[in-house]
Design a protein around this ligand. Sequence first.
Ligand SMILES: Nc1ncnc2c1ncn2[C@@H]1O[C@H](COP(=O)(O)OP(=O)(O)OP(=O)(O)O)[C@@H](O)[C@H]1O
Ligand SMILES: [Mg+2]
Length: 280
Amino acid sequence: MNIISVKNAVYVYNSGLEDEVMALRGVSFDVEQGEFISLIGSNGSGKSTLARLLNGLYLPDEGEVIVNGKSTLTAKHKDMFDIRRTVGVVFQNPDNQMVASIIEDDVAFGPENLGLPSAEIKERVEWALDRVGMSEYRKGTPFRLSGGQKQRIAIAGVLALMPRVMILDESTAMLDPRGRKEVMDTVRRIREKEGMTVIMITHFPDEAALADRVIALSEGRVVIDADAHRALSDVETLRQYGLDAPLCTRVAYELRKRGVELDGNIITDRELREKLCRSK
Ligand SMILES: Nc1ncnc2c1ncn2[C@@H]1O[C@H](COP(=O)(O)OP(=O)(O)OP(=O)(O)O)[C@@H](O)[C@H]1O
Ligand SMILES: [Mg+2]
């Protein structure tokens, strides 16, 4: 069964007003449990709006979003609660996501709101902090952490809700390269260990290349939905939508233009190295 199904979803801000914006113009796709998808698209293409539709924070003006078999449009209180628990979102700025002055209290905030028994909350907090590699900091304050560490705590806070789907909305955008790597390694580890479905919104093509499938939005529409190798190696199509391919892909593209024989779709540095060693 699809964990998420989006059918012709339309979303309009300030409907009927002078400053009306049609942020999503009929978006459709399905997500299977366990998939790792990167969602890309230039500024204002509708990615964050879509993330909010996927966890029921916004409701579509037309079409439908179905999470775990339930439509967000018709979900009553209990079903909406279930939808919010199924799809957890980590946002861009970790500072806006911190609510408590002690790290373990911060991570416990979500499970406490679910009304779970305290023994289970404790267990979940320990598990979530372990998964993001931050157990040793649990008694400390989040304010002194680096950006990457703060974002890992924010991820732990969402993990502690045990969502089946985790959406990361540009969760590495404000971090330096080291912080970005920390967060990406954390996401990779969680995926491997928990088989969680991940939808990662990113501006960085080399991050998008870590996913199995790429969905690209342009002006509120899905313009690419394909396996990551196919989507990200198509330099010209990406360019048409104002997007960059990963650096190694662009290098391969330029080398091919100059007559170097490189076969297959190259989207990681390792693939480029291997193909270069074998090329004539
Ligand atoms: N609260 C809002 N009120 C009015 N318009 C909005 C609001 N939020 C977003 N928009 C508009 O909706 C469109 C889609 O915005 P959205 O934030 O979903 O794009 P995005 O792909 O996440 O962009 P970015 O890459 O900059 O994060 C844009 O035109 C944006 O200006
Ligand atoms: Mg956004």
